[in-house]
Design a protein around this ligand. Sequence first.
Ligand code: SF4
Length: 339
Amino acid sequence: MISSLNPLAQRLLDWFAVNGRDLPWRVKNKAHDDPYAVWISEIMLQQTTVKTVRDYFIRWMKRFPNLKTLAAADLQDVLLMWQGLGYYTRAKKIHECARLVMSQYNGQFPKTREELLKLPGIGPYTASSICCFAYNAPETVVDGNVIRVIARLYGLTHAINHDEIYKLAQKLTPIAYGADYASAIMDLGATVCTPTAPDCLLCPWRTTCVACQKGLTDQIPLIQKPKKQEKSGFVYLITDTNGRYYIRKRTEKGLLSGLYEFPWHYDTQTPFQIPWIPDKTNVSHTFTHFKLTLGIRRAASDTVMFTNGLFVHPNDFDKYPFSTLMKKVMKYLSPRQGS
Ligand code: SF4
């Protein structure tokens, strides 16, 4: 048993010692000795599940095992390793940050939160996570799992207020065992205090938890999510006589920047003036702030007026980074029967 801690932290750490998950980016009972691995995993885990990140992280660390290899890589290779994770600006910032740490910090990650915050793509949450997991600092790290656990522990029936959760979580955070404690509270949320049907009988905090004691777990946390905007448009599958498809690279700024795509436009924009063949297929994808549905249109290459792209055979698509949206479109390279 770990001693000299507040009772709740102690119970949680004892639970974690037995039940904590083994994750490829995690080291138990001490800080991780590689802030690079912590940083990569933390950026990948933002708004992506542990299940999805696990394979991406392992592949990434094989391809870019350290800052030096990442800094030396082409951005296109970085985007290729990132494709499917979404939020491509993050991959570009990772690349930019690796180059900056190599050139200005002698290849060593800064050790303080203040210095980390000066790096591209590292905000308060990531800076705290790196300090916590790589340097064992007593930082309070609040993700979706922690919000749920804290809101239930204190029986917060009102709409979630991030500052309030942070202050309550901070009071519980022990001075020692920073990495294990942060991992423990996240694991509790991910494996026991789950969004629906939390398994309170297995929880080390059940005798203290207000939501559990009062039967409020299905009402907490109260999260008010803004309704996602719906957008629509059309994507064009343009083929030449060699079975190749027209793709183009997006600009370096804005949504899905730097990735390749089949030409598309929103239906609020001027449509491309090319003769197209009807198709009843639609492809949808949900971005952070909106849902996009694209109708598929097909066209022959001799009608194409675009000049900034190239024709590529589907067998060679894996050489180009595409977004998840475009990968969904790829499933419909051949027309559906009846279209
Ligand atoms: S007792 Fe239940 S509701 Fe409370 S923190 Fe534990 S799992 Fe969550």
